[in-house]
Write a protein that binds this ligand. Structure first.
Ligand code: DGL
Length: 286
């Protein structure tokens, strides 16, 4: 028989803090760090594993079949090794395609990152919005459906950049990236028509916010740049529920190429709280 020790005292039992969850944040490369930083702000007590499939980078160039197979294979390994309670696919190129297959294969929750077309349509005043993404994300049926469902009344420009994710990686690694190269990638985002011009650009690749300050400076006119990372972090935090534990200092970054990381990259990762580096070598077989 269970005895209720609080019966008749007027006290209600306090909700116990949740056990420390492990969150796996996944991307093809370093772009998912923009989602990781917002997630750690809201879920400071979680054990974070950041996984970059750098052997497969960039995902934007892979065929849809190859990408589904690749993400499932890498996820299989990562889940077996780190036993996450929740996975954030911090990659639009993967999320717009692979989420149904991941959810069918694994029994843990997956939170994806998809183009913020609904918020862009809500924010525009001119009715002209641009989706800046990888060529893969731009080509997805999923992206086209988001536009049909949420931005049918807008003039939507889809820009698939082949170089921007790579430039963001270079910048984070402390390698030089010149303004002209950056401007060439973002210039097509800005359109003018019938006296109106683009006023919202949705950053639909998680790498791009790494270059946000420079893109703001180089833009031909000011626009609202939408970074979906804060919304994703809020969703993660909602799913995990209230914390109540001390911050977890123990975050790990894992890379699939197995290559040595440069000094500047190690310093950049430490700035994101990722002082422990691991490898899970998985060469991309074409
Ligand atoms: N960070 C990824 C995204 O959000 C893409 C970069 C790549 O092409 O691998 O789409």
């Amino acid at each position: 028989m269970q005895v209720d020790l609080l019966a008749g005292t007027g006290y209600r039992p306090l909700a116990l803090p949740r056990p420390q969850p492990t969150i796996l944040v996944f991307d093809s490369g370093l772009g998912g760090l923009t989602v990781l930083s917002r997630t750690t702000e809201l879920c400071a007590d979680a054990h974070i594993v950041y996984a970059a499939d750098d052997a497969g980078f960039p995902y934007g160039r892979l065929s849809e079949d190859a990408l589904v197979a690749r993400v499932l294979a890498v996820m299989e390994r990562l889940i077996a090794r780190f036993h996450p309670d929740l996975v954030v696919i911090a990659c639009n190129t993967a999320s717009t395609l692979v989420l149904p297959a991941l959810r069918a294969r694994f029994a843990i929750p997956f939170i994806g990152t998809v183009p913020a077309i609904k918020p862009a349509a809500a924010a525009t005043r001119s009715g002209m919005i641009t989706v800046l993404a990888t060529p893969g994300t731009v080509a997805r049926v999923y992206t086209r459906e988001l536009i049909e469902n949420y931005a049918a009344a807008c003039e939507v420009t889809l820009i698939g950049s082949t170089k921007l994710a790579g430039l963001a990686e270079k910048a984070l690694k402390g390698e030089p990236v010149d303004d002209e190269a950056l401007l060439a990638e973002i210039a097509p985002c800005f359109s003018e028509k019938d006296g109106q011009r683009t006023d919202v650009v949705t950053l639909s690749c998680t790498h791009y916010p790494l270059l946000l300050e420079r893109m703001r400076r180089l833009a031909p006119w000011p626009v609202e740049w939408i970074d979906p990372a804060p919304a994703i972090a809020r969703r993660v935090s909602q799913l995990l529920g209230p914390s109540g534990r001390l911050p977890c200092p123990d975050a790990t970054a894992v890379f699939t190429s197995g290559q040595n990381l440069s000094g500047p990259l190690r310093i950049a990762l430490a700035g994101y709280g990722l002082a422990r580096i691991a490898t899970e070598p998985m060469p991309l077989v074409n």
